[in-house]
Design a binder for this molecule. Structure first.
Ligand code: NAI
Ligand code: MG
Length: 333
């Protein structure tokens, strides 16, 4: 396959453009043929055009092989939540692992959170019943619950993981999380080669901080997944190290877990590691496993040697760190 993969690139705001530029630099060095086209979205785009997610950007995302996203600021919900829905990207896969050489609470952490991406409290149904009383509707459907549970178990099997933990609050949210849990249990029966465990979200949050090595693949609803994945990031040294993939039947979007980091934006200080790992996830999605391994290994070596941005104790700029990753890739090829 020699024709170039058409990729829509949406850098967004804040540190988004900086980390995406670093990611593209590394992807270009793999030799895999890409055709990157950049499209606007986010706060600046809204200020300039009146639209946070222009129709042209949305159509380009739908027409591309995959999307690379940076971050959006105050308009994040209008941009990224909408893109996830429009692309039918129902699974948000968030791997979190510790890196050798990074001081962190739990160096043995290596877990993957599979977060349901399309419903729950993020369905966006909020109503003012009377002034001073607001409701938010939590939507849980059988269809989406089966779909995400199957995705998580299949992911575990394909990636040689041994256990799936479903995280819920079905003792209180009896109907909504009761349904989610029932679907997970049923799917677990279809995957008897994998261990299955159930955990209440509050107790899982505590266990993740005491012994994160107990967890392998976690499958959960949208809000719990959002919160637990930032918690997981904290276990391994911060948001600069956490990539994510939004996957559906026909589309894929890759984005760092972090946001626009306004305090460090525009200064070349942002850690590009999460974005570079997003690039490796994109390569895996395209079946370019060798190139993905090469990027992941080069990044590990780079971090191990202390060639990092300030947040990990190094003195490199965002692009200098990407250049070091490229050098490590070339050294081992
Ligand atoms: P944030 O992820 O932007 O920053 C949280 C903390 O982590 C800050 O101290 C920041 O400096 C640090 N940080 C984040 N990424 C880093 C990196 N690559 N290298 C070094 N340090 C890094 O989250 P915050 O502050 O809650 O939100 C800022 C803005 O980003 C808000 O407007 C929010 O709406 C938006 N946001 C957008 C997301 C998206 O587009 N998917 C996701 C999360 C937040
Ligand atoms: Mg979040």
């Amino acid at each position: 396959m020699n024709s170039a993969y058409p990729i829509a690139v949406i850098p967004g705001d804040g540190i988004g453009p900086e980390v995406v530029a670093a990611e593209l630099k590394v992807l270009e060095a793999t030799g895999v043929p890409f055709e990157f086209t950049t499209y606007p979205a986010g706060d600046t785009c809204e200020a300039e055009t009146g639209r946070a997610l222009p129709e042209e950007t949305l159509q380009a995302a739908l027409a591309s092989k995959a999307v690379i996203f940076g971050a959006a600021g105050n308009t994040a919900a209008d941009v990224i939540l909408r893109l996830r829905v429009e692309l039918g990207a129902f699974a948000n896969v968030r791997p979190t692992r510790a890196f050798p050489g990074v001081a962190c609470l739990f160096p043995q952490t290596d877990l993957v959170i599979v977060r349901e991406n399309s419903e729950c409290l993020y369905a966006g149904i909020e109503n003012t019943i009377v002034p001073g009383v607001v409701t938010a509707t939590r939507v849980i459907t059988e269809r989406a619950s089966y779909r995400i549970a199957r995705y998580a178990f299949q992911y575990a099997r394909d990636n040689r993981r041994s256990k799936v933990t479903t995280v819920h609050k079905a003792n209180v949210l009896r109907k909504s999380d009761g349904l989610f849990l029932r679907c997970c249990r049923q799917v677990a029966d279809e995957f008897s080669d994998l261990a299955f465990e159930e955990g209440l979200v509050d107790s899982v949050a505590m266990r993740m901080v005491l012994s994160p090595e107990d967890f392998d693949v976690i499958v959960t609803t949208n809000l719990f997944g959002d919160i637990l994945s930032d918690l997981a990031a904290g276990l391994v040294g911060g948001l600069g190290l956490c990539p994510s993939a939004n996957l559906g039947d026909h589309h894929a979007l890759f984005e760092p877990v972090h946001g626009t980091a306004p305090r460090i934006a525009g200064k070349g200080l942002a850690n590009p590691a999460a974005a570079i790992m997003c690039g490796a996830m994109l390569l895996r999605y395209l079946g370019r496993i060798e190139a993905a391994d090469s990027v992941d290994k080069a990044l590990v070596r780079c971090i191990e040697k202390g060639r990092t941005t300030y947040d990990l104790g190094g003195g490199l700029s965002t692009m200098e760190m990407a250049e070091h990753v490229v050098r490590e890739m070339q050294r081992s090829s």
